[in-house]
Design a protein around this ligand. Structure first.
Ligand code: GZL
Length: 312
């Protein structure tokens, strides 16, 4: 009997040590292309710190190949779990299969992958298609369904670019007098948006017949607003603006009369991501494939409240 008690005590001690050992989680982040991304990265690092997680953070600088290499590195390091915010949706199957073969659970955060859902535990993200629909619906109402639109697209092949475009088009295509006149890539950066808009201003003789700018994120729109001001144009008045993210700069632009609407994308989602990861590591298995993060629409009416509430 004494021997049996000894075995149980040793086993319990090993379990305790195991539980006490800090979990090591690899996080493959997209880059630093936008204010939203920077806020999301900061939130992930702070939440990991709060939970005593040893976070291996990699920044792919918007380079899909570099991100795949980073995930391979996490696998080689035998981390406890891997979280990926994928730069683009394609090219993931082999790497996710390698993680599965190494018995390392993978969680997709923020964006999405075009791979067998059996290769990852769950995706924790907002609904980008809904964001596009909300933007399209707000614009249709604001223009009574009569508007020529310039679209600023995010990074090619990224899920938010694909779905925000689809969602927006699903709504505005229902109005015969609403049309996307120009669609230009801006890579989700302010510089990209400014460059794209400068080009469009030249091609449309100062945005003639353009009633609105639809931007897949706020940073590209903030760059576009700079270009419009430099050309003596009046964004927010002569051309309405709709975008996504809800970063501080867009609320300041709203208060200055330069922007009209933004769909907020929550950036403080580390708590949701690590909840799913740590519950999985503790043995929970019945997760929905998509843990949905809500999106809220904001206008100048609540811009000041948003700025103060989010402590910017
Ligand atoms: C969406 C996220 C997008 C943001 C952009 O979840 O992936 O990427 O809307 C960022 O600001 O570049």
């Amino acid at each position: 009997m004494h021997r049996c008690r000894l075995v149980v005590a040793v086993f319990a001690a090993l379990l305790t040590i195991g539980a006490a050992r800090a979990q090591t989680i690899g996080f493959a982040q997209v880059g630093t292309e936008s204010d939203w991304r920077t806020a999301f990265s900061a939130d992930m690092k702070a939440e990991a710190e709060r939970r005593g997680i040893h976070l291996l953070f990699s920044n792919a600088d918007n380079d899909a190949g570099r991100q795949l290499q980073a995930v391979r590195g996490f696998i080689a390091a035998h981390v406890d779990a891997i979280v990926i915010a994928p730069v683009v949706v394609t090219g993931w199957t082999e790497t996710l299969q390698a993680a599965k073969a190494a018995n390392i659970p993978v969680f997709i955060a923020d964006r999405a992958v075009d791979a067998d859902p059996g290769l990852f535990v769950a995706r924790i993200a907002a609904d980008f298609n809904l964001e596009g629909r909300l933007a399209g619906a707000w614009l249709a109402q604001a223009t009574r369904g009569n508007c020529g639109i310039v679209e600023l697209r995010g990074s090619e092949g990224a899920e938010p670019t694909i779905q925000r475009h689809k969602g927006f088009l699903a709504i505005v295509s229902q109005f015969p007098n609403m049309r996307i006149l120009k669609s230009v890539g801006g890579d989700f950066t302010s510089e990209g948006g400014q460059r794209a808009m400068s080009l469009v201003i030249q091609e449309t003789d100062g945005l003639k017949n353009v009633c609105a700018v639809w931007s897949h994120n706020d940073n590209m729109l903030l760059g576009a607003i700079k270009a419009m001001h430099e050309a003596g144009l009046h964004p927010g008045r002569d051309q309405l603006t709709v975008s996504v993210d809800g970063v501080p700069g867009i609320f300041r632009a709203m208060l200055a009369g330069d922007a009209n609407m933004s769909v907020e994308l929550k950036s403080d989602i580390g708590k949701y991501i690590f909840d799913v990861v740590q519950k999985y590591l503790a043995g929970k298995r019945d997760f929905p494939k998509w843990v949905l993060i809500p999106s809220d629409l904001h206008t100048p009416a609540d811009a000041a409240a948003m700025l103060s509430r989010r402590g910017f």
